[in-house]
Design a protein around this ligand. Structure first.
Ligand SMILES: C[S@@+](CC[C@H](N)C(=O)[O-])C[C@H]1O[C@@H](n2cnc3c(N)ncnc32)[C@H](O)[C@@H]1O
Length: 442
C-alpha cells in the first residue's frame, strides 16, 4: 500500500474514527480526478487530487461525518444530497417506509401522504417512488431544510408529486390517507450528552424537542386525528426508551396503537396508529371472519347430520342417519299418530277416490288414490287385513261428510259411465293391487 494510504489510516485510527478503512476509501474516491471508485489495495495515486484529499481528510479528522463532507447519504433505495442544514437520513428511519409498505400493499394506489418534518425529504422521496400515483405534502419549519428537500426532489424528478410547505402540522386543515413523521425527539439533557460529531454538524432544530423530548408526540396525540382520514395510518419514529411515555400520551387520544416496530438493535423505533373506530370495525371484521370459520367448523363436525330450520328461524342439527329399519322392526313398531286409524284412513281415501272417479275427476281420484295406497302399505306392514278392517270399521263414521262434495246429478250421470268401464281400463290402479282394484271397482 502506498505511503499516503498508510499515513491517512494511521491518523484516522489515532482519532478513533470508526471504520477508518471504509472512510478512507470513500474520501479517496471523492477526491478522485475522474470520479472513480478507488480501492485501497489497488490505488493509482495519479488518479487522486491530493490537495482536495488532504482538505477532506482534515475535515474527517475533525469529526465531520463523511456524509457531510461528500454531501451524500444513502437512504432506502436512493442517495440524497445532505448538508449542515439537515439531519442525515438514518437507517432506522427506513422502518417508516417499510411499515408503510406493509400497510399499503397496492403500490399503484393514489394515496394522499403527509410527511411532517421532512428535512432532506428522504421519507417523502422514498414513498413517492414506491407509490408513483400518490401525492405528497412535505412540511418543515426550517426554510434551509426545505431548500435541501427541494434540491433532492428536483434531482429525483418528483416535483410534480411532492409539494413542499414551510409550516407546522397544526397549520394544515386537509385530510391525509397516510401521515409519516420522524420528528425531533431528544430532550435538552440527552442532546447535551450526544456525540460531538452530531452536535457540531447536525441542526439542533432537527433533534431537540421540548417537554423532555415529547412535545411533538403530545401535539400529535391532541391534533393529528383531525387531519387523518377514517382509515388513515399514522406512522412515526420514537427515541430510545420513549415507548411507555408515548403509550401514556396517546392513551387519551382517539388513536389506537396498532403496531410497535423494533430496529436492528432491538430498540422500539416506530409506532403505527389508526383511528379508534376503524380499529373497532377492523376487530369486528376479524371476529366476524373468525365466526365464519367457527361456523364452518361446526358444519364440518355436523356434516353427518341434517340441518333443520326451526320455526323460530334458528338452525338445529339432527342426525341424518335414518333409524335402522331392522333395529326398529320396521312398521311393526310404528307409533305414529295414525296407527289406530290406518284402516279408517285407508277407507276414507278409498271412498274419496271412488267418488272422484265416479264424478269423472280422474286427477282428483288419482290424488286420493295415492293416500289410499300409502295407508294400504301401512296396513300390510302392520299385518292388518284389509277386508277385516274395512268391515270392522265404520268407514262412514270416520269420514266426515263435508269432506265429500255430493253432487247427485253428476254422480248419477257418471255412475253409468263407470258402470260401463272395465276395471282394467282405470288407468291409475296398479296391476298388483288386487285388493284395491276390487274395492275401487265395487
Ligand atoms: C429528525 S428530523 C427528520 C428529517 C427527515 N424526515 C429524516 O427522517 O431524516 C426533524 C425535522 O423536523 C423539522 N421540524 C422541527 N420542528 C418542526 C415543526 N414544529 N414543524 C415541522 N417540522 C419541524 C426539523 O427542521 C427537521 O427537519
Amino acid at each position: 500500500m502506498i505511503e499516503i494510504v498508510n499515513d491517512s489510516l494511521k491518523k484516522l485510527k489515532k482519532k478513533n474514527i470508526p471504520n477508518p478503512e471504509l472512510d478512507l476509501r470513500i474520501l479517496l474516491s471523492y477526491a478522485s480526478k475522474h470520479n472513480k471508485n478507488i480501492f485501497l489495495n489497488n490505488i493509482n495515486i495519479s488518479d487522486v487530487d491530493i490537495d482536495k484529499f488532504n482538505l477532506i481528510l482534515s475535515k474527517r479528522l475533525n469529526n465531520q461525518p463523511v456524509s457531510k463532507i461528500i454531501n451524500k447519504k444513502s437512504f432506502w433505495k436512493s442517495d440524497f444530497f445532505v448538508n449542515f442544514d439537515v439531519l442525515d437520513p438514518r437507517p432506522e428511519t427506513e422502518l417508516i417506509v417499510e411499515e408503510t409498505l406493509k400497510n399499503y400493499k397496492n403500490k399503484s394506489q393514489k394515496l394522499k401522504i403527509l410527511d411532517i418534518g421532512t428535512g432532506s425529504g428522504c421519507i417523502s422521496i422514498s414513498l413517492a417512488k414506491e407509490f408513483p400515483n400518490s401525492s405528497l405534502t412535505a412540511i418543515d419549519i426550517s426554510k434551509k431544510a426545505l431548500r435541501v428537500a427541494k434540491k433532492n426532489i428536483i434531482l429525483n424528478k418528483l416535483d410534480n408529486q411532492i409539494e413542499l410547505k414551510l409550516c407546522e402540522f397544526n397549520d394544515l386543515n386537509e385530510k391525509y390517507d397516510l401521515i409519516v413523521s420522524n420528528p425531533p425527539y431528544l430532550s435538552e439533557d440527552d442532546y447535551s450528552k450526544t456525540q460531538l460529531e452530531i452536535k457540531k454538524y447536525e441542526p439542533k432544530i432537527s433533534l431537540v424537542a421540548n417537554e423532555g423530548g415529547l412535545s411533538f408526540y403530545k401535539m400529535f396525540a391532541r391534533n393529528i386525528e383531525k387531519i387523518m382520514n377514517e382509515n388513515s395510518h399514522f406512522i412515526f419514529e420514537i427515541g430510545h426508551n420513549q415507548l411507555e411515555s408515548c403509550k401514556a400520551i396517546f392513551s387519551n387520544s382517539n388513536l389506537k396503537l396498532k403496531k410497535i416496530t423494533k430496529d436492528i438493535q432491538k430498540i422500539d423505533r416506530t409506532l403505527t396508529f389508526m383511528k379508534i373506530w376503524v380499529e373497532f370495525f377492523l376487530n369486528v371484521y376479524i371476529v366476524y371472519n373468525d365466526l365464519i370459520i367457527f361456523k364452518l367448523l361446526i358444519n364440518f363436525f355436523n356434516s353427518n347430520k341434517m340441518m333443520y330450520k326451526k320455526t323460530n328461524g334458528r338452525t338445529t342439527y339432527k342426525t341424518s342417519r335414518r333409524p335402522s329399519y331392522k333395529k326398529t322392526g320396521g312398521y311393526q313398531n310404528y307409533k305414529g299418530r295414525n296407527k289406530g286409524n290406518v284402516s279408517q284412513q285407508y277407507n276414507k281415501y278409498l271412498k274419496l277416490a271412488k267418488e272422484a272417479f265416479r264424478s269423472g275427476d280422474r286427477i282428483q281420484s288419482e290424488y286420493y288414490y295415492q293416500f289410499m295406497d300409502h295407508y294400504y302399505r301401512l296396513m300390510v306392514e302392520l299385518g292388518i287385513s284389509v277386508d277385516e278392517n274395512t268391515q270392522n270399521n265404520d268407514v262412514n263414521q270416520s269420514i266426515s261428510d263435508d269432506t265429500i262434495t255430493e253432487n247427485p246429478n253428476v254422480e248419477e250421470n257418471l255412475d253409468s259411465k263407470t258402470d260401463n268401464q272395465s276395471i282394467d281400463t282405470i288407468p291409475f290402479i296398479a296391476e298388483d293391487s288386487k285388493v284395491k282394484k276390487s274395492k275401487i271397482s265395487e
